[in-house]
Design a protein around this ligand. Sequence first.
Ligand SMILES: Cc1cc2nc3c(=O)[nH]c(=O)nc-3n(C[C@H](O)[C@H](O)[C@H](O)COP(=O)(O)O)c2cc1C
Length: 494
Amino acid sequence: MKINHPILIQGGMGIAVSDWKLARTVSQTGQLGIVSGTAIDSVMVRRLQDGDKGGHIRRALAAFPSQAIAQKILTTYFIEGGRPEGQPYKRQPMFNIVSPVALLQLNVASSFTEVWLAAEGHSGLVGINLLEKIHLPTLSCLYGAMLANVDYVIMGAGIPREIPGVLDLFSENKKAGLKVPVEGAVEGTVTYFDPAVVMEGMELKALKRPYFFPIVSSATLALNLKKKSTGRVDGFIVEGPLAGGHNAPPRGQMQLNERGEPIYGPRDEVSLADMAALGLPFWMAGDYATPEKMQTVRNQGAHGIQVGTLFAFSDESGIDRNLRLDAIKTILTTQPPEGGWIFTDPRSSPTGFPFKATRLPGSISEKDSYLGRKRICDLGYLRHSYQKPDGTVGQRCPAEPVADYLKKGGAEEDTVGRKCLCNALMADIGMPQIQAGGVKELHLLTAGDDLNNIGRLVKKGHGTYSALDVISYLLGPEVAKTKLSPAPEKNSML
Ligand SMILES: Cc1cc2nc3c(=O)[nH]c(=O)nc-3n(C[C@H](O)[C@H](O)[C@H](O)COP(=O)(O)O)c2cc1C
């Protein structure tokens, strides 16, 4: 069966940069809007504590299949009118191999809410993006997205071989498990999610099995995923090293350029002919966002492109408005630093993958301002599982306070240069935690190299542009105007 997938995918961007508002806008034009599922429980509890302006979260929760769970969440986190100025956000517990049921319920409701809002009131396609390297919240997040009838699941930063099988099991409301690597142990462990146990007060009905696209950096990996996954893979996103967020490390021994960034070479280039030979649709990502580049890759067999950076700096993005406008203004009016506005940092991310950061004034990618931050680990999404001396499994993050990491048996060199992306990315979307002593967490904007050329979208005299401008630029003004005409058929596979 030939499936009519959209040509343009608005890439998933965490944390909540591609939120439901951005995804909803894109999806209404007949293209694919992707929400981010990363840390989505933190996003929801903070939106509720900020008073849920517009009532969107409460509207979505009113449609949640378990009202017992929805009510519990509102009672615990919602603050009418928002937190008093300067009051820290109340924290939910951190995920573990076996997480508290209330946390799993919160995560299900959070991803449900994000997808439900993105899909509300139109028939366009909506997907969710997750990072493979983050294991513990994944199952509950996928289940919540499926409860909201998500059309696509896209997963990067790792090799998500087990996800197709999980989607199959969840479509029948069956218990699923996900392997979790454990540092220092010969074998990993498994985290489980069982809808029958977690979803109190809810009738379990069959769910649609979404399409699944892993993000790959080579045709070999794509072939491996096609052949060895636990179920059906429906297509691929092929992402190169110029994309925003995390990048796959270069092949072979990592070498750095004079600025300290990983050097990518010909071995990191992906052959489109090899991708086309796999017989599944694929989209190119990482500095492909021009009509000419899109046409070139389509001529070489790609179905289309996935675009991040241009959407991340559009009006509908979840990035804090002031940060976004300041960034655009600086780029348009200032000489860029040597090497451009983007730094690919091989050390900052606790995942160990290179992570792109902007080099804008005031950004914590400028080492000096970041070094003053007191380390704290209070969100914990990027913690790794490790084996304790007594054989049980603990959690540690190389960006947590160094003494804590060492106490947990971690090596000091692992902690060098690590940044708390969890807190920084929450600050990017205007929800910084207020730590002890009233200290606000710092932001760290990530973007792809395409940020250097953002000027091509910015309207004269406005200092900004919309997501529809991006679509119109890439696909022509007619596509951006098709808001009211029928969108591609929804995936109705059960
Ligand atoms: C702000 C930002 C955050 C991103 N976060 C994620 C993420 O959480 N997961 C992911 O798979 N890709 C992430 N990406 C990559 C995008 O989904 C997309 O593949 C990439 O940006 C495409 O390249 P472009 O930026 O040149 O358009 C992010 C990109 C940006 C700009």
